[in-house]
Design a protein around this ligand. Structure first.
Ligand code: FAD
Length: 396
């Protein structure tokens, strides 16, 4: 059993290439991009050139054929520069296209996944609605079959990448009387389909990651755009949530790591009372806590990802160990990320309050990880539910 976080040579090379790209291409743009709240235009094409858009996709679809450990590593590394853009990448590649890969036909995958790998296509996933957040199963969006088409009415809110997406995967009620057993999964092309409007939502954090309100008004899509089977949406949704929670933990991890590194550097350089502030015990205490929190978060996330990679089909969902581990990973990383972000701002004093400092962006972005992909409260409910299972065995 290796417990030392020693990545393979291939994983190290992957991390190095992504970090080099993130610090040379992304970082110089971030202050301005964050201010104007714009995603860098060629983000996905850049990542396509780096070969990290379809990390877990099979090579025949243009992917790298790697695992969720590598996905987590890539998201952590992007988030060392931008938590928000790491989320945007995760929303496209894991939430949308990876779910699509698990459920679409081979012909559909052959048509679409190579475009997601090259960066030509950006994806988004629509679960949340204005009146159905944590209680996602109470969604009101409906899909009604008419001939060889489905007619969609309803809306989805807080959808990451919706304002820029080429493909949207979403859930709708196909048999409302059956409750959760009457939900199905669909996809469509938002830029070319009639009957859909997308409005960008203004946010104080996670700027640069575009978020949208999507409204369907008699939108028609072909019946072939149903994925995963009629009324099988909940299975698609819950199986995807595990890999989503594990890999998105990387967004928080990357920011945690940067907060630690930036604070350490700043505390060594900043002189008050004739000494670097790192010589003060209360600053040392914060830095020690940041380091310990980051290391614990890292263990939570990578152990869940490594466990996921050992599973056949790498699928979780209700009633699996992965469900509990994935919820615990994002719960811990999210809450620790906010604490570490707050300590980092405190160490930077007034400068930490100014938008030109990267540490401020990391802090603003971190809070989302107590809310997005199921709130901390919902993650605790999932963990408790899985712990109460009769066949639960402690130790993992
Ligand atoms: C920047 C951003 C990006 C997002 N990206 C996406 C995306 O790409 N796709 C998507 O579908 N969604 C996305 N979301 C939506 C996100 O998943 C939801 O915001 C989240 O699930 C919570 O739903 P809600 O906001 O409606 O809050 P609510 O569900 O209304 O919750 C409000 C509060 O009540 C608490 N609460 C609710 N139910 C319970 C309960 N049973 N017990 C205890 N407490 C409870 C919650 O924990 C929370 O504190 C995004 C959100 C944001 C802010």
């Amino acid at each position: 059993m290796a417990l030392d976080f020693s990545f393979t040579e291939e994983q190290r090379m992957l991390e190095d290439s992504v970090y080099k790209w993130a610090t040379s291409w992304l970082e110089p743009q971030m202050e301005h991009a964050y201010e104007v709240d714009e995603m860098p235009k060629d983000l996905f094409k850049e990542l396509g050139n780096l070969g990290v858009n379809g990390i877990v996709f099979e090579e025949k679809y243009g992917g790298a054929g790697l695992g969720y450990v590598e996905t987590l590593l890539v998201y952590e590394t992007i988030a060392r520069v931008s938590n928000a853009l790491s989320m945007t990448v995760g929303a496209s590649q894991t939430l949308c296209f990876d779910n699509f890969r698990r459920n679409a036909t081979d012909a559909q995958k052959m048509e679409i996944l190579p475009k997601s790998c090259s960066g030509e296509f950006i994806g988004c996933l629509g679960i949340t609605e204005p009146n159905a957040g944590s209680d996602a199963m109470s969604m009101a969006t409906k899909a009604v079959k008419k001939g060889d088409k489905y007619i969609i009415n309803g809306s989805k809110i807080f959808i990451t990448n919706a304002p820029v997406a080429d493909l949207m995967l979403f859930y709708a009620k196909t048999d409302p009387e059956k409750g959760p057993h009457g939900i199905s999964t669909f996809w469509f092309y938002p830029k070319t389909t009639k009957g859909v409007t997308i409005e960008k939502i203004k946010k104080w954090g996670m700027r640069t990651s575009p978020t949208g309100l999507v409204t369907f008004d008699d939108m028609e899509i072909p019946e072939g755009n149903l994925v995963g089977g009629l009324n099988k949406g909940v299975a698609v949704l819950t199986s995807g949530l595990c890999t989503e929670r594990i890999t998105l933990s990387g967004c928080s991890l990357g920011s945690q790591r940067s907060c630690l590194e930036l604070s350490l550097k700043y505390a060594k350089e900043r002189v008050q009372f004739g000494k670097p502030i790192i010589s003060f015990q209360s600053i040392q205490e914060k830095i020690a806590n940041m380091y310990t929190g980051y290391l614990a978060s890292k263990w939570m996330a990578y152990s869940a990802a490594a466990f996921c990679d050992t599973l056949e089909n790498k699928v979780g969902g209700k009633g699996t160990d992965l469900d509990r581990m994935a919820a615990a990973s994002l719960l811990y990383c999210g809450e620790m990320g906010t604490k570490i972000g707050l300590d980092a701002i405190q160490i930077h004093g007034g400068y930490g309050y100014c938008t030109e400092y990267a540490v401020t962006r990391h802090f603003l972005d971190q809070k989302l990880w107590e809310i997005g992909a199921g709130t901390s409260e919902i993650r605790r409910m999932i963990i408790a539910r899985e712990l109460m299972r009769d066949d639960f065995k402690s130790g993992r």
